[in-house]
Design a protein around this ligand. Structure first.
Ligand code: PLP
Length: 421
């Protein structure tokens, strides 16, 4: 991303030309940034016996999956359809992890039939898995009693989290493994997302390693994802190189104590794709109240829900006129809810400094590549945006804009008298 002649360029393409060619709202992903993030991550853990599995919930567009596969990553899926998409995108089953939660027999049967690595997240689920696949291999997601993340909704470890088997339930785990003749090959954990402090990762790692010591047949220990990126200009990035070294060293000591060289697994999602994605929206309106100037756009929380859901920060830039007179304004969408605002925090509206826009200008919502499109909806029957991949002045449409026909396809009028049979 760079500015040229006062306009934003993405992947060497002027944003006005992209919007002209593909329309707005539009998700634009810079391939170079995805590859840069993947390489930086691999380098940071170069000394470890590590397998990286991209957490596809962050962004599951197959074009992006294929880039990360080409960079040597496997995939991490949480539902049967994610799993199916990963396999259809070309990931070999042995490079895919399946770590759902509150799974039913259908979910588990599907995953078992695909020969992927399954991580089970509760004792009841372990019992069900054992009945469906007696004598099988299994990984277990444990809750290490600590959690971290950018918002309480995304903390997935500790007593307030629904995820995983508490780390102190070894006895019950062993009983179920024996009952179903299961081979426990992996211990898995994931404490949250958007983590920027190495201490949080290291604290969890400590407990996970301690738990893993109690199980003799392991092949891997999985420390999950959660690696954050700085969204605010004043946020310090996660020192990934330092964290990579610390985790590599701790894992070396763990393997020495364990008496066997195991694989370390990691599941980065956000880190790979967040900074590669920009949401482009057109300014449709500018209005004011006694307190605020509102810039209205043709997008909204139906396309990027993170600010409304978590009060998450995304930098917003006037992409048509990057430089010029600045104003303080609130940037909003076209959805019929007052929370439909891109610039808000946990306490409410957060006006931002932005170059004075005119109706018709393009706004760029930055760092929108992770948990943007994958959480998008067609609320208000506003179609989901198109997605394109850009690199060196070349563009590729990787998802066409949703149409009215797409949205009404499943609406049927199968009128029948109700019968419980
Ligand atoms: C089990 C698991 N692994 C990996 C991730 C990816 O997290 P992140 O995108 O923060 O790396 C998640 C996200 O919630 C997850 O639940």
């Amino acid at each position: 991303m760079e500015e040229r002649e006062n306009q934003l360029f993405l992947g060497d393409c002027p944003v006005e030309a992209l919007a002209e060619a593909f329309g707005t709202p539009l998700y634009v992903y810079e391939e170079e940034v995805i590859r840069r993030q993947a390489r930086e991550f691999k380098q940071s853990f170069a000394g470890a016996p590590v397998d990286l599995h991209y957490a596809m919930k962050a962004n599951s567009n197959p074009a992006i999956l294929r880039i990360l596969k080409a960079e040597g990553l496997g995939a991490e899926a949480v539902s049967p359809f994610e799993l199916r998409l990963a396999l259809e995108a070309g990931f070999a089953p042995e490079t895919v992890l399946f770590t759902g939660n509150n799974l039913d027999a259908g979910d588990l049967r599907y995953a078992i039939g695909r020969n992927v690595n399954i991580n089970i997240g509760s004792l009841k689920e372990l019992d069900l898995y054992g009945r469906l696949n007696p004598g099988g291999r299994v990984g277990l997601r444990i809750n290490p009693d600590v959690g971290a993340g950018h918002h309480h909704h995304v903390i997935t470890g500790g007593p307030a989290s629904k995820f995983g088997i508490y780390h102190d339930q070894g006895e019950a785990i062993r009983e179920l493994l024996t009952r179903h003749q299961l081979r426990l090959v992996g211990i898995h954990s994931h404490i949250g997302t958007g983590i920027l402090r190495t201490e949080d990762m290291m604290t969890a790692m400590e407990i996970v390693c301690r738990t893993a010591q109690d199980f003799p047949d392991l092949e891997f220990v999985d420390f999950g994802g959660g690696f954050g990126i700085p969204y605010r200009p004043d946020q310090q990035p996660l020192p990934l190189k330092e964290l990579g070294q610390a985790m590599t060293e701790r894992f070396r000591v763990f393997c020495a104590d364990y008496g066997k060289e195991l694989r370390m697994k990691l599941e980065p999602g956000r880190y790979m794709v967040a900074q590669a994605g920009t949401l482009l929206a057109r300014v449709t309106n500018i209005s004011s109240t006694p307190r605020y100037t509102f810039i209205g756009t043709d997008s909204g929380f139906n396309h990027l829900i993170r600010p409304a859901l978590y009060g998450a920060y995304h930098e917003v830039v006037n992409a048509t006129a990057v430089r010029g007179e600045k104003i303080q304004a609130v940037v909003a969408g076209n959805i019929c809810e007052s929370g439909d605002v891109f610039t808000q925090n946990a306490d409410g509206l957060e006006p931002r400094e932005i170059t004075r826009p005119e109706v018709g200008h393009l706004l760029a919502v930055l760092d929108a590549g992770a948990y943007g499109m994958s959480l998008a909806s067609s609320y208000n029957l506003r179609p989901r945006p198109a997605e394109i991949l850009v690199e060196n002045g070349l563009t590729r449409l990787i998802r066409r804009r949703e149409t009215y026909e797409d949205m009404v396809r499943n609406l049927v009028s199968g009128e029948r008298p109700f019968s419980s049979e």
